[in-house]
Design a protein around this ligand. Structure first.
Ligand code: TYM
Length: 364
């Protein structure tokens, strides 16, 4: 039998998984099981780059595995495992650290976002200026620079280095593609850079994989602010619909979601809130965005939101029913089987990597 190309992806067991994670990542994984050999991971080593309560981390790790299964990841088709169970991830991460450059990582927007420094300071400079015109441009830049430096000094090294470990995840399994949401594309680019750099220095070792991003679910925006992506770490629970949200509470969140000015249901870039809600409707309701728009011609926001709330609640009820039917023991058994399969693949690759780098091989 001809072997299928492989894909790999993962989610961190931190915060509440939301419909953005589902629509941007997990939903496409389900379909990809038909055409690819699929490997999915719960990336606990990544989760500890920010402080985690140990018991909570353990609980969430199993919860994510159950979410994968309830969403439709089939353990007979896919390899499902926990990152820390396969030590090769950390080992390759270390080796890749030795070829990654500070400059590669300094470019990463997610790191800046997580420690709270702006990618572009233009807005801040303009605001500062308008608030106090006696300041010179140099004063303002110095203030911003000092502020950013303080944040960088106290940021965790693991958080900074996070994309290198992600590159190790991606490169260990000779995969063709990485199905992710839009926010992870820059990290996949880094994995590609490191693969090419390693191959150039040590000879052909790693396949250079592609990021695989869906058109509509790639960036689900916050319900309370359509200019920022829906996020597990958002300060308000009105930002997201968690997969484990009570369906009635989720309906209320939809009814409270921010909308744009106007009254027509239009799918357009200058109506970002509506566009986001239409995307969610389309993906969860199995309709095209055009069909959603056509259905609400001549109707207003209230009708649209009430129906969307129903679509979301129906999805959650079905999903949570499947989630509850899976026991922790069953999930753990699947994760242990998955780790065994993943370890086999990863250890083969690491043998090659150690040899290329020049490590003396262990006695069998
Ligand atoms: P994480 O845990 O933040 O997110 C998991 C997946 O969900 C996607 N996603 C979204 N998609 C659409 N709209 C949103 N608002 C939204 N928010 C999140 C993410 O793009 C991601 O696909 N670094 C990764 C985890 C990781 C990984 C890997 C992924 C570690 N190693 C190797 C792929 C391959 C992360 O933090 O994802």
């Amino acid at each position: 039998m001809k072997s299928q190309p492989r894909i790999f992806s993962g989610i961190q067991p931190s915060g509440n998984l939301h419909i953005g994670n589902y629509l941007g990542a997990i939903k496409q994984w389900i379909d990809l099981q038909q055409t690819y050999e699929t490997i999915f991971c719960v990336v606990d080593l990544h989760a500890i780059t920010v402080p985690q309560d140990p018991d909570e981390l353990r609980r969430r790790t199993i919860e994510i595995a159950k979410i994968y299964l309830a969403a439709g990841i089939d353990p007979n088709r896919s390899t499902l495992f926990v990152q820390s169970h396969v030590h090769e991830h950390a080992e390759l991460g270390w080796i890749l650290n030795t070829i990654a450059r500070m400059g590669d990582l300094e470019k990463m927007t997610q790191f800046k976002d997580k420690i709270g420094i702006k990618v572009s300071h233009l807005g801040e400079i303009a605001r500062n200026w308008s608030e106090d015109i006696s300041k010179t441009k140099e004063d303002i830049l110095n203030e911003i620079w000092n502020n950013d430096s303080r944040k960088i000094e106290t940021a965790g090294v693991g958080l900074f280095d996070y994309p290198v470990l992600m590159a190790a995840d991606i490169l260990l399994y000779d995969i063709a593609a990485v199905p992710v949401g839009d926010d992870q594309v820059q990290h996949v680019e880094l994995a590609r850079t490191l693969a090419r750099r390693f191959n150039k220095r040590f000879g052909e070792t790693f396949i250079v994989p592609e990021a695989k991003v869906q058109k509509e679910g790639a960036r689900i925006m916050g319900l309370d602010n359509p200019m920022k992506k829906m996020s597990k770490s958002a300060s308000s629970e009105y930002n997201y619909i968690a997969l484990m949200d009570d369906p009635e509470a989720a309906k209320k969140k939809i009814m409270k979601a921010v909308t744009d000015s106007g009254s027509e249901i239009l799918y357009a870039d200058d109506k970002p809130a509506l566009k986001n809600l239409i995307n969610i409707y389309s993906l969860l309701g199995a309709l095209s965005t055009e069909e959603v728009v056509a259905r609400y011609a001549g109707k207003g926001y209230v009708d649209f939101k009430r129906d969307l709330a129903e679509v979301v609640a129906r999805f959650l009820v079905g999903f949570q029913e499947k989630f509850r039917a899976i026991s922790d023991d069953e999930a753990l058994r699947i994760l242990h089987d998955g780790a065994r399969k993943a370890r086999e693949m990863a250890s083969r690759k690491m043998r090659e990597v150690r040899e290329k780098v020049g490590f003396v091989s262990e006695m069998d």
